[in-house]
Design a protein around this ligand. Structure first.
Ligand code: APR
Length: 310
């Protein structure tokens, strides 16, 4: 029997998620959206079924607004919620998206209580916190997709600046999904060569700054709406590591209980993702400067979570 992937939200990111999951034959795909948008998601699902002969994939892809249709899902990926428009911060979405995430949490809890859940809705760290709190799911079953995207952006910008293959750049980004995130140049390598040996401080500062503002750069270009290709791919990487027990080490927003001196908050940390979901959080020995930056991002995430009041 095929695996089942439930996508809650069939907008910009949801539709790319559906296409990637189909092309990768990750399983059958159900795209759930609000009743007012159910026909467009049914249409998108049908369009993807009709792409299958050329895409060479076998999958049943359906659109729905009924949570019963996600029953038995192995993975649930949540993008339901408003995206940013130019001039907005992720936190500006809080009051609307918290209501949406609350409804989604109820639907997922009732119909797919064993699924591995990946939250993308912004403000990410607060929305994954809320989803986890309202479902009461074990911490290994819920992660937020943020660091995987932030690290991809960091690697992409380094590749552009250095003129080297992006595949040879390894590094990670810790912290909240926003301008306070903490890229770690000290631990970044290019084909095994330390970044700090081959790049000057100006270049590193430029890339770190661009990474922190990368989501906003895209929002400003789009005008209305936020990034969708790269967030979708980042979530697929996490889902695939779970479904195939690949045990990839990916930066995700995970519930920390003492790690990095963080307790009771979801924050971006290096996570081992395998068949048991979040199997381990790796702790890095940080420098004093990195610790101070992590403290700033932690306070920012805490302030947003405090506003959630759930
Ligand atoms: N249940 C299910 N789907 C919902 C609900 C709900 N309660 N409320 C809204 N949606 C759907 C919308 O109808 C829309 O189809 O969520 C979808 C969101 O799609 P887009 O508006 O295109 O937004 P997208 O770019 O996909 O981003 C979604 O992810 O990265 C974050 O900041 C981004 O919060 C935003 C989310």
């Amino acid at each position: 029997m095929r695996k089942k992937i439930a996508l809650i939200g069939g907008g910009q990111i949801g539709q790319i998620l559906a296409m990637l999951a189909a092309q990768k034959e990750m399983g059958d795909i159900v795209v759930l959206d609000i009743p007012d948008y159910v026909n467009p998601v049914k249409g998108k699902a049908l369009d993807l079924m009709e792409m299958a002969p050329h895409g060479n994939y076998d999958a049943e892809i359906t659109g729905t607004s009924d949570y019963k249709d996600i029953t038995g899902a192995d993975v649930v990926i949540i993008t339901a919620g408003l995206p940013r428009k130019a001039g907005m911060t992720r936190e500006d979405l809080l009051s609307t998206n918290i209501k949406i995430i609350s409804a989604v949490a109820a639907g997922v809890k009732e119909n797919a209580p064993d699924a591995f859940c990946i939250v993308l809705t912004n403000p990410l760290d607060a929305m994954v916190y809320t989803f986890h709190k309202l479902t009461g799911f074990p911490k290994n079953q819920v992660v937020g997709m943020a660091g995987t995207l932030d690290t991809a952006r960091y690697r992409a910008f380094l590749s552009m600046e250095l003129g080297v293959s992006v595949t040879d750049i390894a590094g990670t980004v810790l912290g909240g999904h926003g301008p306070t995130m903490v890229p770690l140049p000290r631990l970044t390598t290019v084909g095994g060569v330390p970044l700090t040996d081959i790049a000057d401080q100006d270049l590193i500062d430029r890339v770190v700054d661009r990474t922190r503002k990368a989501g906003t750069e895209i929002v400003q270009l789009f005008g209305k709406g936020s990034a969708f290709f790269s967030p979708a791919w980042s979530a697929i990487v996490i889902a695939e590591s779970y479904l195939k027990d690949k045990k990839r080490v990916l930066p995700c927003a995970a519930l920390c209980e003492g790690e990095y001196d963080v307790s009771g908050l979801f924050i971006g940390v290096p996570c081992l993702i395998g068949a048991k979901g979040l199997e381990k959080i790796f702790e890095i020995s940080l420098s004093d400067d990195e610790k101070a930056k992590l403290q700033v991002t932690k306070e920012k995430v805490q302030a947003t979570v405090d506003e959630c009041n759930v």
